[in-house]
Ligand binder design. Sequence first.
Ligand SMILES: [Zn+2]
Length: 157
Amino acid sequence: MILVAPECLKQIVDAAEAAYPNESCGLLVGHDDESSRVRIATAHPSDNLASDPRRAFEVDPALRLNLHKRLRGGPDDVVGVYHSHPDMRAQPSETDLARAWEPRLVWIITSVVAHQAVLTTAHRINEAGTQFEPMPLYTDDWRDAPTRAPMTYPGLE
Ligand SMILES: [Zn+2]
């Protein structure tokens, strides 16, 4: 399972909405704990370098290099990648499968419909690299995180 810090999950969701209708993307830093859970501590946004950012994402390789340098010798490392799916479901696409590189990396995907993030899911490529497998995604108590602006529904006040 994956445990994401609440601030970190909020950051991922906010980035997905802000990038709409383009795909947002970035890297996830954390570590595997004793119970082989992946704990994600921080999210690091990247410019989307894909030639068509509405349909694809590409993380800036310089971000990964910088993170590796900064994290060297510490308990944390780059453990995953996140991106958004504008007007698409929060499931890995064929493109994602074709571009999935390391078996251990966690993939977090947020679907966004009409500027609104609707679902965030986590996946990991199997050892053979042939398909993604879903992973349970948990967060600590949301109450500790900054709250999102409440939705207003015209006519229901
Ligand atoms: Zn995708």
